[in-house]
Design a protein around this ligand. Structure first.
Ligand code: B12
Ligand code: SF4
Length: 446
């Protein structure tokens, strides 16, 4: 039996390339490959960089589905089903919205597939598969098998993705991770992680966790081991890491020079609304940011607008806050109503969703607002995100932040990343907006 894995793309503007900043190696596929018993043949198409060959000989098509890629995934699924292939879907969207995915797949796997994937393939071979499988809570896959995309490595950013753990102990209302993992956290063994790092191809690492220090004692033990490898790494964390100075010190010592922090908002009422008040209380936030900067760690600060207390002044306040702290880079995004999160359910019950299945809407574009914000119109919200992003990525702003960068780090890799990312964002500010979701991916990959 031959399994064809597919990573669908979101979409791209006609005549343009897929966004460079989204082209990271697809770790999900390397893990799925590792979990696939060796007796099965496998192939992989990355829709972001190559054309999908529908005539590729295979028996089973396994598609990973995120909300933004659902439309494209369903279109590809239908094409393969017309050719008599069996389609399996898994991933965030297939898990959080199985009723949506089920009409386009023969099998839906909900949640993590460690411990069940081989059994599902067995059932298919035996002709007794079920339409729905509940995933496991195990995270025991050993080493991801990156050979599945070895031939495409040159197309990806030169960063190795490694997973430390999955899930997060918090319950922010807008977050797919909180809904998917039901606010639980689990991690791999230190031995597996270290072996993974040692065998990865690139020497810059992105630990794809959302909350790497959910288990503090484990994080301290891990950082101590990682420090011996002399690598540079980045991850996504929450601001409260700075409340534990020992942890912060160990993190820096282990090679962490840049972290993405989801501040989301600096307005206490918004933070309360999204259940994220714990992340940095009023008056404490500046001190925590300074502590992280003082430790020599740069911050990619991510903000989300569209909550009930957001108006243009909120953007101005966040821009001031970001400029004051001279963040390495920022993201000014609008709120996304991901299905089956409390935010989505609340907007739906209040009648504020403009389209209930916005991800499947015809002509839906990346950056289009799918709900009615309270204090601004959807068009204003979208325009304000663009306007304030522009302000942060002007060449003047990029230059003004350089002395702070030197004060935090002299690592040439970080300096290169600073210029690369800021200039990329300077030019990509408008490029992301308006990407037609689910379309144009069949044009020749440019
Ligand atoms: C790395 C990452 C990225 C990278 C690249 C991702 C890539 N595909 O190459 C970058 C930074 C570019 C990125 C961009 C974006 N991302 Co992202 N990303 C992640 C992140 C942090 C890790 C993904 C990963 O590798 N996980 C490790 C693998 C092993 O786990 P896994 O994918 O969950 O797979 C397991 C199971 O889910 C299941 N499974 C998954 N797929 C399938 C398929 C089959 C057939 C089966 C059987 C099982 C199965 O089995 C696997 C093993 O158990 C996740 C959050 C997270 N921690 O997972 C967000 C996440 C996937 N991203 C998300 C989003 C929203 C985006 C963006 C839209 C952000 C934006 N606003 O621009 C863009 C879209 C880019 C794109 N798709 O082209 C959301 C998706 C939410 C949703 N409901 O769909 C997530 C969950 C983050 C979040 N906090 O909500 N992302
Ligand atoms: S802290 Fe981050 S990952 Fe955890 S629930 Fe909140 S937004 Fe999601």
């Amino acid at each position: 039996m031959k399994i064809l894995f597919i990573l669908p793309g979101i979409g791209k503007k006609s005549g343009e390339r897929y966004l460079k900043s989204w082209l990271m190696e697809p770790l999900t596929i390397a893990v799925l490959k590792r979990l696939t018993p060796e007796r099965y043949e496998t192939a992989f198409f990355d829709d972001r960089i190559e054309s999908i060959d529908e005539s590729c000989p295979c028996d089973v098509v396994a598609i990973t589905v995120e909300t933004y890629t659902a439309k494209r995934a369903y279109e590809l699924a239908e094409r393969f089903r017309r050719r008599g292939k069996l389609v399996i879907m898994g991933g965030y969207h297939a898990t959080l919205c199985p009723e949506d995915a089920a009409s386009h797949a023969d099998i839906i796997i909900s949640g993590n597939c460690e411990g069940i994937w081989a059994g599902v393939l067995n059932d298919i071979e035996a002709g007794c598969f079920k339409p729905f499988y509940e995933g496991s809570t195990s995270l025991d896959y050993g080493q991801p098998d990156r050979s599945i995309y070895e031939d495409k490595m040159k197309k990806y950013l030169p960063v190795s993705l490694v997973e430390i753990g999955r899930g997060c102990r918090h319950s922010c209302e807008f977050c797919s991770i909180a809904s998917y993992y039901k606010s639980c956290y689990m991690h791999r063994s230190t031995a597996d992680i270290i072996a993974d790092i040692k065998t990865a191809r690139n020497k810059i690492f992105f630990f794809v966790d959302d909350s790497i220090f959910s288990d503090k004692e484990f994080a301290k033990e891990l950082f101590t081991e990682v420090a011996k490898l002399k690598i540079t790494w980045t991850t996504q964390i929450t601001l409260d890491i700075a409340r534990d100075e020992e942890l912060l010190y160990l993190m820096k010592k282990s090679g962490c020079s840049l972290v993405l922090i989801g501040f989301e908002s600096i307005n206490p009422q918004n933070l309360k609304q999204m259940n994220k008040s714990w992340s940095g209380k009023l008056g404490e936030r500046d001190m925590l940011v300074e502590r992280i900067h003082k430790a020599g760690i740069n911050i990619y600060a991510s903000f989300v607008f569209g909550f009930d207390y957001d108006c243009e002044q909120s953007f101005a306040d966040v821009l001031d806050f970001s400029s004051k702290h001279k963040f390495f880079v920022v993201a000014f995004n609008h709120l996304l109503a991901f299905p089956n999160t409390p935010t989505y359910n609340k907007l739906e019950s209040e009648g504020k969703l403009l389209h209930s299945q916005w991800w499947l809407e015809e002509d839906y574009n990346y950056g289009q607002i799918s709900f009615l914000p309270k204090l601004v119109s959807p068009e204003e919200l979208r325009a304000l995100c663009g306007k304030y992003k522009h302000k942060y990525f002007t060449f003047g702003s990029i230059l003004r932040r350089v002395p702070a960068l030197f004060a935090r780090t002299l690592n040439p890799m970080l300096h290169f990343a600073y210029w690369f990312i800021n200039i990329l964002f300077h030019f990509e500010v408008d490029k992301r907006i308006g990407i037609p979701v689910g379309e144009n991916l069949d044009e020749d990959k440019l």
